[in-house]
Write a protein that binds this ligand. Structure first.
Ligand SMILES: [Zn+2]
Length: 246
């Protein structure tokens, strides 16, 4: 378990770098301070221990390591620990941990930059097709049908949205994310995953609109909601469906 948690922190550190460098269209770089550009010393390459040992400020300019870094490392360690607890040391654990890593990376770029990058979603889709042969929770046919279904449903919603309120709320990145979610959850659970995500995003958006914190022209990024729906369905999809139709 300790190895799994440490792995979560380390992969979290890598995901943090990718989440910063990929949207800037540059290859992953050696950790450096975003304010003064100085390289970080080795003990700051992973932010969580740097924070724990009170080395959270850049030695050159004193800027704080952004709080997103330790939060992502901590969060991924927690999620990895949960998956290990639930699935043990199995191929299902390995692939679910990889899917979770992809989900967190997409959430970072979508929340911070409103970007869901092909360089992330396309390899992720290939990974999920491969995974459907090994995880045992769905068949490869179910995965492929789920991917196509996710793609088609989100594409329909995006086109409808453009027609009703103009470009904005969702885009091509969300469509590919939905295809990835479909490949992970399979058919028919992809429908549940998207419904959960759209419902969660809709409720939060409506709340922000009513509170006048956001406008229709300034929509919230939808990716994180789709991701929550996809991740929850990946783990508990069957239980939720059985409970709902009981
Ligand atoms: Zn600095």
């Amino acid at each position: 378990m300790i190895v799994v948690l440490l792995l979560g922190v380390l992969i979290g550190a890598v995901i943090n770098r990718l989440g910063t460098d990929l949207p800037a269209r540059r290859p992953p770089q050696i950790p450096h301070c975003p304010y003064c550009g100085r390289r970080r010393p080795w003990y700051q390459w992973v932010a969580l221990p740097a924070y724990l040992f009170l080395h959270q400020h850049c030695p050159s300019c004193g800027a704080l390591i952004p709080i997103r870094y330790p939060l992502v490392e901590l969060g991924l360690a927690f999620l990895f620990g949960f998956l290990y607890q639930k699935y043990g040391l199995t191929l299902q654990f390995v692939f679910f941990a990889l899917y979770t890593t992809v989900f967190v990376l997409i959430a970072i770029t979508d929340i911070e930059r409103r970007l869901i990058l092909n360089v992330v979603t396309v390899p992720a889709m290939a990974l999920a097709i491969l995974g459907s042969f090994f995880t045992g929770h769905i068949t490869w046919k179910s995965a492929l049908l789920g991917g196509v279904t996710g793609y088609v449903i989100l594409m329909a919603i995006v086109l409808l949205g453009h027609w009703l309120i103009g470009p904005g709320a969702m885009g091509g990145g969300d469509v590919k994310l939905a295809a990835f979610i479909g490949l992970v959850t399979g058919l028919p659970l992809v429908i549940e995953a998207l419904l959960l995500g759209i419902l969660a995003g809709g409720i939060v958006s409506l709340f922000l609109l009513l509170m006048r914190l956001r406008s229709l022209r300034d929509p919230v990024p939808y990716g994180p909601f789709l991701i929550i729906g996809g991740w929850v369905t990946m783990i508990w999809g069957m239980e939720i469906a059985q409970w709902f139709f009981r």
